[in-house]
Design a protein around this ligand. Sequence first.
Ligand code: SF4
Length: 167
Amino acid sequence: MIAFGPVPSRRLGRSLGINNIPPKVCTYSCVYCQVGKTTRMQVDRMPFYDPEAVCRDVRTQIAAARRKGEAIDYLTLVPDGEPTLDVNLGNEIELLKSLGLKIAVITNGALAWRKDVRADLAKADWSFIDQLIRKKQLIKMKYKGHRFYMRVISQQRSSGGISPPER
Ligand code: SF4
């Protein structure tokens, strides 16, 4: 199932979820992960599903929700893994925008050092990482040939933190 819900979300109101990658493909394998052990750990982006098929499935789910009178505040890319591993993420966001709803991406930020990932996230209406980048609360680091971003905590405190998404 690619699209599910809408379900209540603390941050996003009524959120229609989108699995843009198969379950448990992730950049991490956190011991506390609520969706179980990572079965495929990877850092390279790749295609998973056909973006047109993802959009079609979401459109069908929206229609079903509307028939039941259910409100939708956000279409949220929130798979059981890391959504930015999907090399078609930006393309999917553009297709989903044609459905007239706001788009959110829930990411662990592991690939935020990549320019193409940041460009994809910037197409969404809300993502935690994009918020940090816009507020200049991420600084670029390089250590032993590895590039990564680090969050600037003191600046976050002085500026009041990350804005909740608009509904
Ligand atoms: S989905 Fe999130 S919590 Fe689970 S292993 Fe990946 S980063 Fe960790």
